[in-house]
Design a protein around this ligand. Structure first.
Ligand code: COI
Length: 355
């Protein structure tokens, strides 16, 4: 891609929300990035324009057949004022993996990163400063061709929007309560569970709604065949520390390969903590709980960062972990990861990209 990105500055800048009021995904910055695709021209017309609604034909394929993918990453402001991104190359690589699964044409990953950096330069004043805050970045692709035949769209839009955020969960960095879903399934191997596509999230809403009614923040999905092996929470991958070893479900084609997940695996290795990526059943977790060897559980994700899990409800049995408090390992990993992301300590080569 050799096109240059045009920039139309907004004439009416918004008032920025106070850091304490951010929550997650409630506010959007002044600008957004758009790139169009047509079968004739390929990806073209990259532009940064004022943040605004977009107009689509009611027959656009995104509305009917859900052909869309997205990513989530964050920009951070270091104490010395530097603007930092965490492993953005991984997000654009994964976006193309999702694109391939949904029959969406590949993007130029390097160009997508350039576009993001340009957008961040325009809206850099939106990167919040306080501890626990960041600028959440949501790149996404939608099918825009108006045609009701079921076939891959011939037109798309790739867009990037930005949202200043605090914690994803209302609990903040305090442990969350998770409901182990006994009935609904999120994904099966061979499906789209390992692609970051809108439908995976829509498919999880009903179970999440029911779990919320029971007082739980999210659901833990079990495998779609046996409903036995742990997969993921819809917004994060999960880790369990049992008898000194950290175990996370092995990527089996129905679990999203989280970038925070793989970063935590590298950090654990660096800390010389034994790690296993393998099938892990709820029976095994329950047994460990009964034996007193279930030491910690936590989730990882861009939005969730490291979220300790204080309670799991499985078959109406309450598995209380660390007496509902944050475990030492989750706290250490949270501190290490966020210190790398905010440029307070140096991480492995290439993890942090300065803008
Ligand atoms: C993320 O962590 O970036 C996610 O995409 C999870 C969720 C907010 C959908």
């Amino acid at each position: 891609m050799t096109y240059s990105i045009s920039i139309e500055q907004s004439k009416q800048l918004k008032t920025k929300p106070a850091d304490e009021t951010l929550g997650f995904g409630k506010y959007y910055t002044d600008h957004m990035f758009i790139l169009d695709y047509t079968a004739e021209q390929g990806w073209h017309s990259p532009r940064i324009i004022p943040y605004q609604p977009i107009s689509l034909d009611p027959a656009a394929k995104i509305f009917h057949y859900g052909q869309s993918v997205f990513e989530g990453l964050k920009a951070y402001r270091a104490e010395d004022g530097r603007l930092l991104l965490f492993r953005p190359d991984r997000n654009f690589k994964r976006l193309n993996i999702s694109n391939a699964r949904l029959s969406i044409p590949a993007l130029d990953e390097q160009f997508a990163l350039e576009a993001l950096i340009k957008l961040l330069e325009v809206d850099q004043d939106w990167i919040p400063h306080s501890e626990g805050t960041s600028l959440y970045i949501r790149p996404f692709v939608i099918a825009t061709e108006s045609a009701l035949g079921v076939a891959p769209s011939l037109e798309y839009k790739f867009m990037i929007i930005l949202s200043p955020v605090g914690s994803y969960y209302a609990e903040g960095i305090h442990p969350v309560k998770i409901y182990v879903e006994p009935g609904y399934v999120r994904a099966v191997t061979g499906g789209v569970g390992n692609a970051k596509t809108a439908g995976n999230y829509a498919a999880g809403l009903k179970a999440q709604e029911e779990a919320t009614e029971k007082g739980y923040s999210q659901v833990l999905w079990l495998d779609g065949v046996h409903k036995k092996f742990i997969e993921e929470v819809g917004s994060m991958n999960v880790f369990f520390k049992i008898n000194g070893t950290v175990i996370t479900p092995v990527l089996n084609g129905s679990i999203l390969e989280g970038i925070t997940r793989s970063s935590i695996l590298e950090l654990l290795e660096h800390m010389n903590i034994p790690v296993e990526q393998r099938q892990l059943s709820m029976e095994e977790v329950y047994q460990a709980y009964q034996d007193g060897t279930l030491e910690e559980a936590f989730g990882t994700g861009t939005a969730a960062v490291i979220s300790p899990i204080g309670e799991l409800n499985w078959r109406d049995e309450k598995i209380i972990i660390q007496e509902g408090r944050t475990g030492e390992l989750a706290a250490t990993l949270y501190h290490t990861l966020t210190s790398i992301q905010h440029g307070r300590i140096e991480g492995p080569a290439g993890w942090v990209v300065e803008i």
